[in-house]
Design a protein around this ligand. Structure first.
Ligand SMILES: NC(=O)c1ccc[n+]([C@@H]2O[C@H](COP(=O)([O-])OP(=O)(O)OC[C@H]3O[C@@H](n4cnc5c(N)ncnc54)[C@H](OP(=O)(O)O)[C@@H]3O)[C@@H](O)[C@H]2O)c1
Length: 317
């Protein structure tokens, strides 16, 4: 990709990242993503807050300006499920900045249709929820419909891949060392995969590429359509969400292997009180954003291809 002659803005400076072109954060209008934008901006980095809905995105930028007195957050529309929206963001960054240093793939959906009243009435404590032991009782309040699961995979995995592939040519031009941060989850941990054969496969990174991931996701969707999720040994708790995050971990490792010059990592923000878990989480978005922000600002010789539980590196595969 040619570097344009009319690069308009001087890169902003981040504390530990050296000279940094504005990071892109997906799903930046609320929850952890909004807080990632705020914390990066507070560290002096100009941030591109993206959101699929223009009003929600612009309101979010305004809230950061108003509440934190920061003016270095700019908005760009991005629906991670929409090819033309993704291409439009890539064109904007190419023409405005010519390269990209940091991409935070944060946008996601939970992948079940929930009876919220019923869910709240269950009064689950955080431990039961995060351990995955709640799967049986949650069967009555969660519906794993084909359409909602398809939308979940298309947002959480294919959306991340779509945005990453569109921005990779610009990330490859980064002079300060590109960083990609993918939002993962406790639900991605392989001990939650009942299917033993698949669990073994998922822990062997050498055999995976995007085509193999797609094949596994197609099998998952077929099993869902045929009412075979339990029989085939897919995760009982939030099956589409869990599978989407398991493959996010794989995709992170594939990218890290393919681009050793980049720092590509995935992170679980913690059990954060946001809309994705019907505000049942126990951490604040401010706490949840610390891990993604740390990874976005990693030094060039920092870890790559790793999973972080908040700010701690852990082995989940
Ligand atoms: N909260 C937790 O306890 C927790 C735990 C583990 C992992 N995570 C992960 O952390 C990340 C952030 O989650 P959160 O807790 O902040 O959830 P959230 O408050 O529900 O935020 C999700 C964000 O994703 C956006 N989004 C959804 N579909 C999109 C699309 N097609 N295009 C662009 N943006 C889209 C949402 O935008 P709209 O407002 O337009 O819907 C929203 O901005 C997710 O990847 C999640 O899986 C969260």
């Amino acid at each position: 990709m040619e570097k344009p002659s009319h690069v308009a803005e001087t890169p902003a400076s981040g504390p530990s990242s050296g000279s940094t072109f504005p990071p892109v954060v997906t799903g930046g209008n609320k929850g952890v993503g909004l807080e990632v934008c705020r914390q990066l901006a507070a560290q002096g980095v100009t941030v591109i807050l993206t959101a699929r809905d223009e009003k929600r995105g612009k309101d979010a930028v305004e809230s950061i300006c108003r509440e934190s007195n920061l003016s270095n957050v700019v908005f760009h529309q991005l629906d991670v499920r929409d090819d033309s929206s993704v291409a439009s963001l890539a064109r904007h960054i190419e023409s405005r900045y010519g390269e990209l240093d940091i991409l935070v793939n944060n946008a996601a959906v939970v992948g079940v249709a929930a009876d919220e009243e019923g869910l709240k009435a269950l009064n689950l404590d955080a431990e039961t929820w995060t351990s995955g032991r709640a799967a049986t009782v949650l069967k009555d309040v969660f519906q794993n419909t084909y359409e909602v699961a398809r939308d979940c995979l298309d947002t959480n995995y294919y959306g991340c891949k779509r945005v990453t592939e569109a921005l990779l040519p610009l990330l490859k031009l980064s002079k300060s060392g590109a960083k990609i941060v993918n939002a993962s989850s406790l639900a991605s941990e392989l001990k939650r995969m009942p299917n033993e054969e698949l669990r073994k496969d998922l822990s062997n990174i050498d055999i995976w590429d995007e085509a193999r991931i797609e094949a596994v996701l197609n099998t998952f969707m077929d099993d869902l359509k045929n009412g075979r999720l339990e029989e085939a040994g897919w995760p009982a708790m939030l099956p589409a969400y869990s599978v989407s995050k398991m493959v996010i971990n794989l995709y992170t490792r594939i990218l890290a292997r393919r681009y050793p010059e980049m720092r590509v990592n995935c992170v679980r923000p913690g059990f954060v009180r946001t809309d994705i878990n019907w505000n049942l989480g126990t951490l604040t978005p401010e706490q949840g954003a610390r891990g993604p922000v740390m990874l976005a600002l990693l030094p060039q010789d920092g870890p790559t291809g790793c999973y972080f539980d908040q700010t701690e590196m852990v082995n989940v595969w």
